[in-house]
Design a protein around this ligand. Structure first.
Ligand code: NAP
Ligand code: SF4
Length: 662
């Protein structure tokens, strides 16, 4: 077992940084991860000055007052025997404020404001602010800092010729463009002394045109080491890159080859990162000599104790991050406090405090709700074994209740069983595995293939109904024809669809189904099909994307006018839209559905013209309807999840509702 001390909790903004009372919540959040044996924790990005904040009101470390607010965090982490460094992040032109600055006045493709080019004095002032921030972090009790030099933020903007057009000493050839990070690091080392950790996050694969080439990356790493850095962490992809770097479809640990190439070129430890979420892949990467350490961020939201569980050889008890971004990054972009789809307790630890349960295996999160073990002595039936039902059963069992879970199907999982069949969504099976093992530890009796009836729930004190949703049917002439099928039958493999398909409905499921139906186009593999140069010879690590259109002809329809996929997640929607476009899926918005007959699918297009599409199947993905069995009667019945409200339902809400017991 090599993992403890070689696993870092990587930087992740939570939104608590800016919240009132957020420092205390962050202290609790990080302390729990330290107790879970993360080797070293890195905070979310904290700006060194006002211009460097990612968004208006963003957190800064630029005064003694800021340092004193932060003090609770390292104190709580140290009390658990952990170590924590504060990340210093200057957003540069990525800042969502009109005061943003950059080496040159060039607006980022994903930016809102055109930055002001820093004057020579401004550059000096910014370097001083980075250094001051590190000094203050030390004053606050942190064990060190991580200087954010990747993902396209300010330091990266100085390094790339495309974003640094300066003619003074901070611009020009690569050696001159390196001066900015070098000056920050060497002056920082001088100011903080030798016994304070300085990490540098180095962009090893920019994935943007005009990014660094490998020779430059190696030179930069050596200069960064020489300037006083103790550890070099890996950065993959600028935020404006149009290649997924952390979403579920990225193979586990898929970018480790990048860090591996730098091994031996410097004398400080290297950290590899991106899409590590399980101990086996981490062990494998370390054994292959890809890095000295591994950084994971989101997996620590999903399971604070993942390293400890790995050490105890209890990997099957890990609540695995499924890479969905739905409750973490997507929340941050909406300026909401982040959490985790599979662990709604993340960042809300205070709402679900820990209570000791020595009688239960130590690998089960031994915690209960506000009232502690308030359900001891109660018998509860949970009806439905989807995400909401599994979550409800688990939480009630944790609170001491005797729980029986009824599931009509032969397997637990509900909608997750379908989701895991979508290409790139196989991680959903990990969530099912997690719930299954925990339910078993807690002695929940799972009755598979049994539909709950009034009779068989009569003996219980309470019944929780989590019977979920049923797909909405299409109601137009011809929608009862055999070629009109539900997405459920397609994903289940009960229906083998033909070569010409109409997908009706373009919500999350419509997109997933279109992806499922056209996956044949992706046989070049992830890196080749997205255009990553795995030889790392080209500038920015870009290669021509090897994308082919699908053999299937797929048309997607929605009645709403405008661009499809607007409701998809902020950080993953563009990936789904791009994928389908590359595969040649045709999209029709603003249509009305007329009929289905022997000729095909008849619609009226947005401009009023009629269209008939010859299709073999019409796959209906027209949203969901709540489903509660009418014949289920009990005096103490609580309905949760999709069964309660199908509108805007997602797994995040389902799992969270399962955890609410009062
Ligand atoms: P959804 O996102 O609400 O989409 C339903 C689709 O059906 C819409 O495109 C809607 O478009 C159409 N529709 C609604 N009523 C209709 C009717 N009577 N006849 C024909 N079409 C109709 O629901 P979903 O796709 O079933 O997804 C369910 C939940 O899972 C959603 O909350 C979704 O966010 C989540 N999910 C998310 C993802 C993801 O983010 N990648 C993936 C899967 C599921 P028009 O009304 O414009 O025709
Ligand atoms: Fe991972 Fe999704 Fe949780 Fe984010 S919300 S930490 S991506 S499982």
């Amino acid at each position: 077992m090599t993992l403890p001390n070689r696993i870092l909790m990587g930087s992740m903004h939570t939104g608590l940084e800016e919240e009132k009372g957020g420092m205390e919540k962050l202290a609790r959040f990080y302390a729990e991860r330290a107790a879970g044996e993360a080797g070293l924790l890195v905070t979310g990005g904290i700006a060194p000055n006002r211009a460097g904040v990612v968004a208006w009101g963003g957190s800064r470390m630029s005064s003694h007052r800021h340092a004193s607010h932060h003090r609770v965090i390292p104190k709580a982490v140290h009390a658990e025997g952990g170590k924590i460094v504060m990340q210093i992040l200057h957003a540069g032109r990525y800042a969502y404020t009109p005061f943003c600055v950059a080496p040159s006045a060039l607006k980022a493709p994903i930016g809102r404001f055109k930055p002001r080019a820093l004057s020579a004095r401004g550059v000096e002032r910014t370097i001083r602010d980075f250094v001051h921030s590190a000094v203050l972090a030390r004053e606050a009790g942190y064990d060190g800092v991580e200087v954010m030099g990747s993902e396209g933020y300010l330091i990266n903007q100085f390094l790339a010729s495309e974003t640094n057009l300066r003619a003074d000493q901070w611009g020009g050839d690569f050696e001159r463009r390196c001066r900015f990070p070098e000056a920050i690091l060497s002056r920082m080392r001088e100011a903080v002394g030798e016994d304070f950790l300085i990490m540098y996050r180095l962009s090893m694969l920019d994935l943007v045109a005009g990014g660094s080439n490998w020779e430059e990356i190696e030179r930069l790493a050596q200069r960064v080491e020489h300037a006083g850095t103790n550890i070099i962490n890996t950065g993959i992809g600028w935020h404006e890159a149009r290649i997924p770097t952390i979403a579920t479809m990225v193979p586990r640990g898929g970018f480790r080859f990048v860090t591996k190439k730098l091994m031996g070129a410097v004398n400080v430890p290297l950290v590899t990162t991106n899409r590590f979420n399980d101990p086996a892949t981490c062990e494998e990467a370390l054994a292959e000599g890809c890095a000295d350490m591994i950084s994971m961020a989101r997996p620590f939201l999903a399971d604070p104790h993942l390293v400890k569980k790995a050490r105890l050889s209890r990997a099957k008890d890990i609540n695995t991050c499924i890479g969905c971004n739905q409750a973490c990054l997507d929340h941050v972009f909406k300026r909401k406090v982040s959490s985790c789809l599979v662990n709604p307790r993340a960042c809300h630890e205070g709402d679900f405090p820990v209570i000791p349960r020595p009688e239960i295996s130590q690998s089960v999160e031994d915690r209960g709700g506000k009232g502690g073990m308030q359900l001891v002595g109660r018998r509860i039936a949970v009806v439905g074994g989807g995400p909401a039902g599994m979550s409800a059963a688990l939480e009630r069992a944790r609170l001491g209740a005797e729980v029986v879970l009824f599931e009509r199907q032969a397997e637990l999982g509900g909608q997750f069983l379908l989701a895991q069949r979508i290409p790139g969504k196989f991680e959903f099976n990990e969530t099912i595995r997690y719930f299954q093992t925990q339910l078993s530890y807690l002695g929940v009796e799972v009755r598979l293939g049994v539909a709950a009836t009034t009779n068989n729930v009569a003996e219980f004190d309470e019944v929780v109904v989590a019977t979920g949703v049923r797909p909405r049917k299409l109601d137009i002439p011809g929608s009862d024809r055999p070629e009109v099928v539900s997405y459920v039958d397609v994903l289940n493999g009960r229906v083998e669809v033909g070569a010409r398909i109409a997908v009706v409905g373009a919500g999350g499921i419509g997109f997933d189904v279109a992806d499922f139906l056209t996956h044949d186009a992706d046989d070049a593999g992830f890196m080749a099909s997205w255009g990553v140069d795995t030889s790392l010879e080209s500038r920015g690590g870009l290669a021509a994307a090897q994308r082919t259109a699908s053999q299937r002809e797929v048309h997607m329809y929605q009645r709403r006018p405008g661009k499809m996929g607007k409701g998809l997640g902020k950080t993953t929607g563009w990936i789904h839209r791009n994928t389908l476009k590359q595969r040649g899926v045709k999209q029709w918005s603003g249509v009305s559905y007329d009929r289905i007959d022997d000729q095909g699918f008849h619609v009226t297009l947005e401009d009023g013209t009629s269209q008939v599409q010859a299709v073999d199947h019409v796959v209906v993905c027209a949203g969901q309807m709540s489903f509660v069995p009418e014949d289920l009667i009990h005096p103490n019945l609580t309905v949760i999840g999709g069964a309660k409200d199908a509108k805007g339902l997602d797994a995040q809400r389902a799992i969270l509702e399962g955890m609410v017991t009062t």
